[in-house]
Design a protein around this ligand. Sequence first.
Ligand code: UTP
Length: 295
Amino acid sequence: MEPAKIKAVMPVAGLGTRFLPATKATPKEMLPVVDKPAIQYVVEEAVAAGIRDVLMIIGRNKNAIANHFDAMPELEGKLTEKGDDRKLGHVQHSSSLADIHMLRQGEPKGLGHAVFRAKSHVGDSPFAVMLGDDLIDERDPLLPKMIEVNEQKKAMVIALMEVDPEQISMYGCASVEATDDPDVVKILDLVEKPAKEEAPSNLAIIGRYLLTPEIFDVLEHTQPGKGNEIQLTDALKEVATDDDNVDVYGVIFRGRRYDTGDKLDYIKAILQLASDREDLGPDLRPWIKDFAATL
Ligand code: UTP
C-alpha cells in the first residue's frame, strides 16, 4: 500500500503522570523539545514517511494540541506586518504539515482503548500508531521499513529495541523467532512490563506500530490488564498467539530514540538534539564540556 494511503493514529490522551506537575494542565506531548513540541516531531516523522492523514486521539487539555496544528491569524498577521518571514514560516509550518483530525477518547482507559477509537476513521486499511512522547531521530527512519514488512508479510508490525535487561520491566517485551533479515523477527508472544526474571528477551516494544484492521476485532473484547488499562500489548499478544489471526512481526530499531515522557530521558533528548543543531550546537557543545568538568 502506498504510504500516502496509510493513516497515522497518534494517541495523546494519556494522563502523563510521570511528568507532573508540568503535565497538570499541558499534555506531555506538548512539552517543548528544544523549540518544538514533541508531537510536532512525530507528525513530521509521519509526513517524511509519506503519510498525509493524522488522527489524534485527544483527552483533557486538548486545546493546546488543536491550536498548535491550526492557523493563528492574529500572530501570523503581526509577523507579516513586522516582515519577520523566518518566524512566520515557523508558525505556519505546523498548520500545513498534514490533514490533522481530532477525536476524543472519552475516558483515558488505556492505549488499547485509545486505538480502538480510531476504528471508523481508519476503515479497512493498514494504519500506523505513533506515540507522541516517543521520538525517532529523523536521521534514522523506522516507519518506511515497517511499511515494507507489512506489505511483504501482510502482517501487523511492531517496533522493537534492545534494552538493558534491568529496564525491560518498563516496557512491553517480545518473545521472538529470527527471520532471514537480521532486523526483522516473528513475534511469538508478548508480555506487558514483565519482571526482569520473567522477561522472554531484552526486546522492548517502542512507540511505533503498523497495524491492520483485525486489531479492532480483538480490542473490542480486550479486558483491562496492567494498571487496569486496556493494553494494546495484550491485544497484540492475542493476535500473535492465535493461529487463525494475521501474524505479527517486529522490526528491530537500532537508531536514535528519545523518550520524552520520562523526565531524565527528556533532558537528555534536549541536550542531544540541541547539540546537533547548527544554530545552537556550536555554543552549547563547549558549554556542556565545561559544565561536565565541574561535576
Ligand atoms: P503512557 O502509559 O506512556 O502514557 O501511554 P501516560 O499514561 O500518559 O503516562 P504516565 O505513565 O502516566 O506518565 C502511552 C501513550 O498512549 C497514550 C499516551 O498519551 C501516550 O502517548 N494514551 C495512554 C492515551 O492516549 N490514552 C490512554 O488512556 C492512555
